[in-house]
Design a protein around this ligand. Structure first.
Ligand SMILES: *Cc1c(COP(=O)(O)O)cnc(C)c1O
Length: 412
């Protein structure tokens, strides 16, 4: 007998849980894309998207996933034969670099491994040694979803300035936007890319590229940009089809409208605080389990951990066994380990991930942690007892206490 009836919970780091309100907004008849209504809907999304990224710049919307936004950013800014610097802290950083290479771009990878964040000092040193100013852009992954490392984008932007280097700073915020605190303009990012299916709580299929004036000028100086990815005609057009270089992703727009309403009703500061508290609950549980067994957090220092995803190590094959047990017996699906293969574990069966990004609250995170604890017990995997209750205690302490109203008559 299993206990997986009831509503399933996919706690993987994207696509994330889509709120019922968003699904309901998408469940409607196809609109006439030549109507003013859909144009107004699209125009109304722009300022609210920009508030999520904390930017006064522009945003181009694409019908694509996160990989599409990587290509869009590069296509607008870097020609074949030009050079970029790719500091990497996991699979996604390397992936963006490989895509640049496939586009004919010269790529210098600065590999920081899988357990420590980017060192802005090393980035500064590389830029200083680039005396011919060949490096046109630095491609940074804010949160690498494979390792759950979070990089200090502000410090990297300061490092580029300290080197006196003109390179653009391009940031992959696909895992972090709407989860981890991120402030595009204040932190000095020139381009930010994200997708619809993580912190934006909408199904996969819409991609967003935010860019500032410096990036717009770089685009204007390009001799050729592939027409579908060209962001120039997509911003401030008069006609709907120009926003999307063709038919609009109509139902995504309705869903996104509702998602952005929910995001701004909660407020960016509150969203960042919620993700911070829930992440710390995950860490509290994981650290407790780790005290009595081999489970460990991939990222040792709290300052370097994502608030959207947590990568955990449990020597192979136990991470894979645990994931399977939890999925089969509790209705919770955990994330696979990706890009974490090492000697002796070619399949990455010693790594799993918990996604806690987007539409998540305390009961979902506590449920996932309780399910993991049940799995550790059921599979006889050594672990420190009381992980789930350590998470509960963290949330109890971190939450505002409400005055208890005594409704029992006679007490007054
Ligand atoms: C999910 C993710 C991607 C890839 O997005 P797709 O929509 O799967 O193409 C890239 N970078 C990061 C950091 C991600 O989390």
């Amino acid at each position: 007998m299993t206990h997986s009836g009831g509503r399933a919970y996919c706690a993987i780091p994207g696509p994330t849980v889509v709120p019922d309100e968003v699904l309901q907004a998408m469940h409607r008849a196809a609109p006439n894309i030549y109507s003013d209504e859909v144009l107004a809907l699209t125009e109304g999304l722009i300022p609210d998207l920009k508030r999520v990224a904390c930017t006064d710049g522009d945003v181009a919307i694409y019908i694509c996933n996160g990989h599409g936004t990587w290509e869009a950013a590069l296509a607008n800014l870097v020609a074949p034969g030009e050079r970029v610097l790719v500091p990497a802290t996991g699979l996604f950083g390397h992936g963006w670099g490989r895509m640049a290479e496939a586009m004919g771009i010269e790529v210098d990878v600065l590999d920081f491994g899988l357990e420590t964040p980017m060192d802005p000092g090393r980035i500064e040193a590389v830029l200083k040694s680039d005396t011919d100013r060949k490096i046109k852009a630095v491609l940074v992954t804010h949160v690498d979803t494979s390792t759950s490392l979070r990089n200090d984008v502000k410090a990297i932007s300061d490092a580029i300035r300290a080197a006196g280097h003109p390179a653009l700073l391009l940031v992959d915020c696909i895992a972090s936007l709407g989860c981890d605190r991120f402030e595009m303009d204040a932190w000095g990012a020139d381009v930010v890319v994200t997708g619809s299916q993580k912190g934006l709580m909408t199904p996969p299929g819409a991609g967003f590229v935010f860019f500032n004036e410096k990036a717009a000028q770089t685009r204007a100086a390009m001799t050729r940009v592939s027409p579908y990815w060209d962001w120039a005609p997509r911003v401030h057009p008069e006609e709907l089809y120009l926003y999307f270089a063709g038919t609009a992703p109509t139902h995504h727009l309705y869903g996104l409208r509702t998602a952005l309403d929910m995001i701004h009703a909660e407020g960016m500061e509150n969203i960042w605080a919620r993700h911070d508290r829930l992440a710390r609950a995950v860490w509290a549980a994981s650290e407790t389990w780790g005290q009595g067994g081999p489970l460990s957090l991939n990222v040792a220092h709290r300052d370097h951990r994502s608030r959207a995803v947590t990568t955990l190590r449990l020597p192979a094959p136990d991470a894979a066994r645990l994931r399977a047990w939890v999925e089969d017996n509790t209705g919770v699906t955990l994330g696979l380990g990706i890009g974490m293969q090492r000697d002796g574990d070619p399949d990455g069966a010693g790594v799993f991930r918990i996604g806690h990004m987007g539409h998540v609250n305390a009961h979902m995170v506590l449920g996932a942690l309780g399910a993991i604890e049940a799995g550790l017990v059921a599979l006889n995997i050594a672990h420190g007892a009381g992980g789930a209750s350590a998470a509960a205690q963290h949330l109890a302490q971190a939450s505002p206490s409400h005055p208890v109203q005594n409704v029992i008559s006679g007490a007054a």
